[in-house]
Design a protein around this ligand. Structure first.
Ligand SMILES: *[C@@H]1O[C@H](CO)[C@@H](O)[C@H](O)[C@H]1NC(C)=O
Ligand SMILES: *[C@@H]1O[C@H](CO)[C@@H](O)[C@H](O)[C@H]1NC(C)=O
Ligand SMILES: *[C@@H]1O[C@H](CO)[C@@H](O)[C@H](O)[C@H]1NC(C)=O
Ligand SMILES: *[C@@H]1O[C@H](CO)[C@@H](O)[C@H](O)[C@H]1NC(C)=O
Ligand SMILES: *[C@@H]1O[C@H](CO)[C@@H](O)[C@H](O)[C@H]1NC(C)=O
Ligand SMILES: *[C@@H]1O[C@H](CO)[C@@H](O)[C@H](O)[C@H]1NC(C)=O
Ligand SMILES: *[C@@H]1O[C@H](CO)[C@@H](O)[C@H](O)[C@H]1NC(C)=O
Ligand SMILES: *[C@@H]1O[C@H](CO)[C@@H](O)[C@H](O)[C@H]1NC(C)=O
Ligand SMILES: *[C@@H]1O[C@H](CO)[C@@H](O)[C@H](O)[C@H]1NC(C)=O
Ligand SMILES: *[C@@H]1O[C@H](CO)[C@@H](O)[C@H](O)[C@H]1NC(C)=O
Length: 825
C-alpha cells in the first residue's frame, strides 16, 4: 500500500499593527491580574470538572475537556488559552476517559492524581513520580509544561509533562533520549481525531548506531529521517525555512535529541504536531487571525516508505519503476522485482574478497542508508574513514557525518545497506565497497555504453545496405541496451519496464483497458503495482514505421519536461513488443471535448483560451527552448491531452523530428501526418519546418474556438473547410459567426476572441515564411500589441470542383490535389 501525505504550505507572515499591540498588551494585563495566583494546585486543593488552571501569563490552560466529536468522554489535558479553539497539546488519562463530569484533580505526595469524586477514590490516572515530596504542588508553566515539585524547590521538577509528550512538541522541548537520566521523549499520536488514546504510530529517536528519528507503524518502521548531517537530516530535502525556524540535532555519547526554535519574533507561538495518521507539521500561530498557519515539515513520498526497495536497493521518486539495484548488484528475486515487489532487495554479483583488493564506488545525491547498523566518529576525516572501513571485513560503506564545510566525521555501515534514496541535488555522498573484479567490470560497462551511442550512425549506413538487416540488428541492440540499463542505471534517462509488469498493469492488454487507437498502435490504461495510473502505447508489431518511430519517439522525448507536454515515464522493448509508458491523464483529449455538443459545455472561453496558450507554450518549448529542438509534425486536437485541471499536454511524438540550430526546412520522402492539419508545403513537397507545426497549431486554435473540425466542416452557404470559413468571415468582418455558440455567454470581451482568431489565421497562412514563429505567436497571444493582417490561408477548400472565387489558381490546384492524393489515415 502506498500512502502519501501531502501537507501544503500556507505562509502568511503575521504582522502586528500598532493598535493590535495596544490591544494585545491590555489583554495581557487583564490576564495577569486574573490568573497570576491560579497556576498551581496545592496539596489540599481539588480541581473538579469545569474548573481550570491557567498559566501565569495566560498562555495555557488545563482541566477536563472532551475531544470534538466525542462529547461524553472527559479527559484531563492542557490546551492553548489564547486561541479560542483550544488546541490540546497534552492529555493525561489518554486511555481511561471518564464517562461523566465527576472527574477531579488532586496532588499527593507521589504526584498528580486524576480520579472521580467517589469515595472509593481509585485513581484514574497518576503521574507516579518515583520520589515522594513533602509539600507537593503542581504548576502549569507558560511554556505549556505541567510540573510536579516541592513547594520550596522551584527549580527542581520531580515530574514534568514535557517528559511525557503526547503528539505535540513545543519549542525548547528536547525530543530524544538521555541515558544518564533515563528519560526518553517520543511522540505517540492520537488514535483518531476524537480519541486521544495512543494509535499505531510512534515517532522516536532510535539509539542504535548513529541516532536517527524513526516513525513506527506498530512495530514496523515506515519512515526514517536519516542521520543528521550537520544542518539537516539526510532524508529531508533542503527546505528554505531558514528565516522561519531553526532546528538542531544534538548527539553525544549519552544522549541524542532534537530541538527547534521559531525565528519569527512577532509570532513566537508554535508547535510541531503529529496527526493520527502519522503526518507531521509545524504550526505557527498567526497572531492576526488567531489561528494556526501550517508549515510543511516533510512530505512522505512512496520512496520514503522504509525499505521499499529492499536491502541494497535505491529508490528514486522521479524514476519509474522507482527501485533499482546499486551497480554490481542484482535483484535477489527477479520475478518479484518484475512485478514491482522490490522488498527482497538486491545481492552482490561478486562477493567481497576482504583485504586490500576491494575498492569503493562513489554514489552522489543519496539519502544515507539506515544507520542502525553503523559506527561513527565525529572527528575522523574521510581518508581515515576509508582506511577504517577497508580494515574491517564487515564494513560495506562509509561517508562523511557532517557535510558542512567540505565534510568531516566518519560513518561506517556494516552488512546490507537499507532504505537508500536518490535525491540528485541535495543528497549526500556515499562510498560503497565493491570487489576488485566488479570495479573493473564497471569500467568495461562504461566503454560498452559508448559504443551504443555510436549505433545510430551505424544504423544510417545500414539503411542503405538492407532494411531487413537493419531491423534484426536494431532489435538485438535494443535488447542488449535494455539489459544493461537495468543493471547499471545510474545515469540512463528512461526507465525500462518489463513486459510482464505492463501486461499485469493493463490486464494483459485487455480491450476494456483500451483508451484509443492511433496511427501506430493502441493505447491502454494501466495501473502499476503501486497504484500509479499509466497510459501504455503499444506500437503495432507490423507497423512499417515501427522501430524507427519508436526509437525516435523515445529518444526525442525522454529528455523533455514541460507542463504542457505529456510525460514519458518509460518504455519496454521485449519479445517484439514496443511499448511507451506515459503518465495517465484522466480527461482524455481535446477533440473529445470541443467536437462534442455535451462535452463542449464544460469548456468556456477562459478555459479554451488557457488551452490555446498552453498548446502554444508546449510547442514553443519543443521548437525553441528544449535542448533538442523538435518538430512535432502531427499536432492535432486528438494529440492534445487534458490533465485534471484541463491544462493541455501535447502528446504523441511518433513523427517528431529533431532539427539543428539552422532552421532550414528538412525534407522527407514519406509524408506522414494528419489530413486537415498538414501545411501545404509539407503535404505536397514533403518540406517540414517549425512553420509546418505553426500551421497545425493555427488549425487547432481555430477548431478550439469554433468547436468544429477543420476537415469535414459543412456550411450551407459554401463548400469551404473551417479555415476557409473563418477566412471568409474574416474578410466579411463577421467573426462572431465563427465562434462556438456554447462559449458566447462566457465571453466578456469579444475583441479578445477576434484577436485570437486573427492569430490563428496568421498561423495558417499559405506561405511558411509569412507565418509567425511560436515565440511571436506566444507574444501575440499574451500581449496586446497590434497584429499583422493575415494573408490568404493554405488549404481552405474542402471539396474539389468548388473553387472559391477570387482565390489564386495556384491555391485551388493545391487544394484539389490535396484531396485526391491523400487519404485520411
Ligand atoms: C492542608 O490540610 C492539612 C490538614 O488536613 C493542614 O495541616 C495543612 O496546613 C493544609 N495545607 C494547606 C496548604 O492548606
Ligand atoms: C476550530 O477548529 C476546527 C478544526 O479543527 C475548525 O473547523 C473550526 O472552524 C475552528 N473554530 C474556530 C472558532 O476557530
Ligand atoms: C462516572 O464514571 C465513572 C467511570 O468513568 C464511574 O466510576 C462513576 O461511578 C460515574 N459516576 C457517576 C455519578 O455516574
Ligand atoms: C460527584 O459528581 C457528580 C457530577 O458532578 C455529582 O452529581 C455528585 O453529586 C458528586 N458526588 C460527590 C460525592 O461529590
Ligand atoms: C492499528 O493496527 C492494528 C493491527 O496492527 C489494526 O487492526 C488497526 O486497524 C490499526 N489502526 C489504524 C487506525 O490504523
Ligand atoms: C500501518 O500498518 C497497518 C497494518 O498494521 C496498515 O494497514 C497501514 O497501511 C500502515 N500504515 C502505513 C502508513 O504504512
Ligand atoms: C484563519 O482565520 C482566517 C479568518 O479569521 C481564515 O480566513 C483562515 O482560513 C484561517 N486559517 C486556517 C488555517 O484556519
Ligand atoms: C447529452 O446530454 C443529454 C442530457 O444531459 C443526454 O440525454 C444525452 O444522451 C447526451 N448525449 C451524448 C451524446 O452524450
Ligand atoms: C477532469 O478529470 C477530473 C478527474 O478525473 C474530474 O474530476 C473532472 O470533472 C474532469 N473535468 C472535466 C471537465 O471533465
Ligand atoms: C521569431 O520571429 C521573430 C519575428 O519575426 C524574430 O525576431 C525572432 O528572432 C524569431 N525567433 C526565432 C527563435 O526564430
Amino acid at each position: 500500500m502506498h500512502t502519501k501525505h501531502k501537507i501544503y504550505i500556507r505562509i502568511s507572515k503575521a504582522s502586528m499593527e500598532g493598535t493590535d499591540i495596544i490591544l494585545f498588551c491590555s489583554c495581557l494585563l487583564s490576564v495577569l491580574v486574573l490568573y497570576s495566583a491560579e497556576d498551581t494546585i496545592s496539596a489540599n486543593q481539588t480541581i473538579s470538572d469545569g474548573q481550570t488552571i491557567v498559566s501565569a501569563h495566560g498562555e495555557f490552560e488545563m482541566g477536563f475537556f472532551s475531544p470534538k466529536g466525542n462529547p461524553q468522554n472527559r479527559y484531563f489535558g492542557i490546551w492553548y488559552k489564547k486561541i479560542s479553539n483550544g488546541t490540546v497539546i497534552w492529555v493525561a488519562n489518554r486511555e481511561t476517559p471518564i464517562a461523566n463530569t465527576s472527574g477531579i484533580i488532586k496532588v499527593s505526595s507521589i504526584g498528580i492524581v486524576v480520579s472521580t469524586n467517589q469515595s472509593t477514590n481509585i485513581p484514574i490516572w497518576s503521574s507516579n513520580s518515583l520520589r515522594s515530596v513533602k509539600n507537593p504542588v503542581a504548576q502549569l508553566l507558560d511554556s505549556g509544561n505541567l510540573v510536579f515539585r516541592d513547594e520550596n524547590e522551584k527549580q527542581y521538577f520531580v515530574w514534568q509533562s514535557f517528559d511525557h509528550p503526547v503528539d505535540t512538541f513545543l519549542p525548547g522541548m528536547k525530543f530524544g533520549y538521555d541515558l544518564v537520566t533515563g528519560i526518553d521523549r517520543y511522540l505517540l499520536p492520537w488514535k483518531s481525531d476524537d480519541d486521544p488514546a495512543p494509535g499505531n504510530y510512534t515517532c522516536r529517536v532510535d539509539r542504535n548506531g548513529f541516532p536517527q528519528i524513526f516513525f513506527w507503524n506498530n512495530s514496523v518502521p515506515w519512515y526514517r529521517s536519516g542521520p543528521w548531517v550537520g544542518s539537516r537530516f539526510s532524508g529531508n530535502p533542503v527546505q528554505n525555512y531558514g528565516e522561519i525556524y531553526r532546528e538542531r540535532f544534538v548527539v553525544s555519547e549519552t544522549m541524542a535529541y532534537y530541538v527547534f526554535e521559531v525565528l519569527i519574533t512577532e509570532s513566537p507561538i508554535a508547535r510541531l504536531a503529529l496527526t493520527p495518521s502519522g503526518a507531521s507539521s509545524l504550526y505557527i500561530l498567526n497572531t492576526e487571525k488567531h489561528n494556526w498557519t501550517q508549515y510543511r515539515i516533510f512530505q512522505v513520498t512512496d520512496c520514503d516508505r522504509y525499505g521499499i526497495c529492499g536491502t541494497n536497493g535505491v529508490c528514486d521518486v522521479n524514476k519509474s519503476p522507482s527501485c533499482e539495484c546499486m551497480d554490481g548488484f542484482d535483484p535477489k528475486i527477479p520475478e518479484d522485482w518484475a512485478e514491482a515487489d522490490w522488498s527482497s532487495g538486491c545481492s552482490r554479483k561478486v562477493q567481497l574478497e576482504c583485504g586490500n583488493r576491494d575498492g569503493f564506488v562513489k554514489y552522489t545525491g543519496v539519502k544515507l542508508p539506515d544507520t542502525r547498523w553503523s559506527w561513527y566518529n565525529m572527528s575522523m576525516s574521510l581518508v581515515e574513514c576509508k582506511d577504517r572501513c577497508m580494515k574491517d571485513c564487515n564494513c560495506t560503506a562509509y561517508s562523511n557525518l557532517d557535510i558542512r564545510n567540505g565534510g568531516s566525521g566518519c560513518l561506517l555501515w556494516f552488512g546490507g545497506l537499507n532504505d537508500m534514496q536518490g535525491y540528485s541535488e541535495d543528497g549526500q555522498d556515499l562510498y560503497v565497497r565493491m570487489a576488485a573484479s566488479e570495479l573493473k567490470k564497471n569500467r568495461k560497462l562504461r566503454v560498452k555504453r559508448l559504443q551504443i551511442v555510436l549505433v545510430p550512425l551505424l544504423v544510417i549506413l545500414m539503411v542503405v545496405i538492407s532494411l531487413s538487416l537493419l531491423y534484426a540488428y536494431k532489435t538485438k541492440r535494443l535488447k542488449k541496451a535494455g539489459k544493461q540499463k537495468t543493471l547499471r542505471g545510474q545515469d540512463f534517462d528512461l526507465p525500462l519496464f518489463s513486459l510482464m509488469q505492463i501486461a499485469k498493469a493493463t490486464d494483459n492488454f485487455s480491450n476494456d483497458r483500451q483508451l484509443g487507437k492511433g496511427g501506430f498502435g493502441t493505447v491502454y490504461k494501466g495501473i502499476l503495482g503501486g497504484g500509479r495510473e499509466i497510459a501504455v502505447k503499444r506500437l503495432s508489431k507490423d507497423s512499417r514505421q515501427g522501430v524507427d518511430e519508436f526509437m525516435n519517439e523515445v529518444s526525442s522525448i525522454a529528455k523533455l519536461q514541460h507542463r504542457n507536454l505529456a510525460m514519458l515515464l518509460g518504455c519496454c522493448i521485449q519479445e517484439g513488443e514496443r511499448l511507451l509508458i506515459y503518465e495517465y491523464l484522466p480527461n482524455k483529449s481535446l477533440d473529445y471535448y470541443i467536437f462534442d455538443k455535451n462535452m463542449s459545455q464544460s469548456l468556456n472561453w477562459p478555459k479554451r483560451y488557457n488551452i490555446i496558450v498552453g498548446i502554444a507554450r508546449g510547442l514553443l518549448y519543443l521548437h525553441q527552448d528544449s535542448r533538442l529542438k523538435i518538430i512535432h509534425r502531427d499536432l492535432k486536437a486528438s494529440n492534445i491531452l487534458l490533465d485534471h485541471d484541463m491544462n493541455p499536454k501535447i502528446s504523441d511524438f511518433g513523427l517528431a523530428r529533431t532539427f539543428g540550430e539552422s532552421e532550414t526546412p528538412a525534407s522527407t520522402t514519406r509524408v506522414v501526418g494528419t489530413h486537415g492539419y498538414m501545411s501545404p508545403e509539407y503535404a505536397f513537397d514533403g518540406l517540414f519546418s517549425v512553420k509546418s507545426d505553426v500551421y497545425s497549431f493555427g488549425v487547432s486554435l481555430l477548431e478550439v474556438i469554433a468547436g468544429k473540425r477543420n476537415r469535414g466542416f459543412v456550411h450551407p452557404d459554401h463548400h469551404l473547410n473551417l479555415i476557409g470559413h473563418v477566412w471568409k468571415r474574416y474578410t466579411e468582418s463577421n467573426l462572431l459567426e465563427v465562434i462556438d455558440s456554447v462559449i458566447l455567454e462566457s465571453i466578456s470581451n469579444q475583441h479578445e476572441v477576434f484577436r485570437v482568431i486573427q492569430i490563428g489565421l496568421l498561423c495558417v497562412q499559405e506561405y511558411p515564411e509569412d507565418r509567425p514563429n511560436m515565440s511571436s505567436t506566444m507574444m501575440m497571444l499574451t500581449r496586446d500589441d497590434a497584429l499583422p493582417i493575415p494573408k490568404q490561408p493554405g488549404f481552405f477548400l474542402e471539396r474539389k470542383n468548388y473553387p472559391e472565387t477570387g482565390s489564386s489558381p495556384k491555391a485551388s490546384t493545391m487544394n484539389t490535389i490535396s484531396v485526391s492524393s491523400f487519404a485520411p489515415r
